[in-house]
Design a protein around this ligand. Sequence first.
Ligand SMILES: [Zn+2]
Length: 332
Amino acid sequence: MKRRLPFVAILAAFVLSSCSTSNQTKTLAAIDAIPAKHLENYSFDPLTPLISRIKPAPEFALSFLRTFDRNDSEAAYVPSDSQLQLIGEYLKLLPPTRLQLLQYRLVAIYFIDHMKESGVTDWVYDKDHKIFATLYVNPRTLTTNISDWLTYKESSCFASDNSSVAIHVDAGSEYLAFLYVLLHETTHVVDYVTHVTPFVEPYVGVFEGIKATNTTFTDHVWASYGRPADGFDFADRSKLTFFGIGKAPTVPLSRVPQLYHWLAQTPFVTLYAAQSWAEDLADCFMWYYLTQKLGQPFTIKILSASHELDLYTSAPSQQNTERLKVLETLSH
Ligand SMILES: [Zn+2]
């Protein structure tokens, strides 16, 4: 996960209303007033090993996350020595160019108890307006298998009804959900810094003065940040919620076969990826790296009394050549 709109209620009113200079000024002032946005408030040394940046979240960062998540029960979690060792091993699985970028741009990794989502990547800036990032991670991803977590995540979109439909994501049994967090969230960090998509979230677009024209990755697939291009949108897409954040799911389970049938006609590898171009990139990279570089499966099966739809055996054919080139480059 990266972004849901709005990330702080006060910003939403400014950013979503218009792009006038006055509103941009208000947006920038609102961002500037958040302590968690300022690099100088963190203890950060780009020369230290990434593993040493795992720290208990400082109060200002925790407070920001609680507001963002609307979840006051969130608290700092300290990984055990064996978990730290595991995290170190997982970090080594990332592509070398990504590790290099994280070395200079990833300020801290905070594990947070009672988070509902898998993880959150936030952006931070220095006095020269250079962008850095912080990572908040759900410690349950250190003890849950990747397939079980992704099944839980996709299933969380739907409200139970009398149907016998179930979703099952098979991403292998070799890795923990933490690998999913690393692949997905660090893609947002790369995106913040290198703009694989025009911007990871609209606020960054305002902050950096970026116009929302498409990039190689988003071209022909996205009409705008959260609106797919013609032919790739589908009913109920914008009604989906994940992990029960914001509000309980409203789309009934009986809609699952139809939704995944539509999804299979798009380049989006998960329902989550269909939320915005930023989530499309993060999940698409996760899928590509997991299957092409780490040799894991990635299929989503829809199980019901009447049929089984094996969706993602055709996922590569839904990606255009240019997107595949971008994913390959990000994998080095
Ligand atoms: Zn995300």
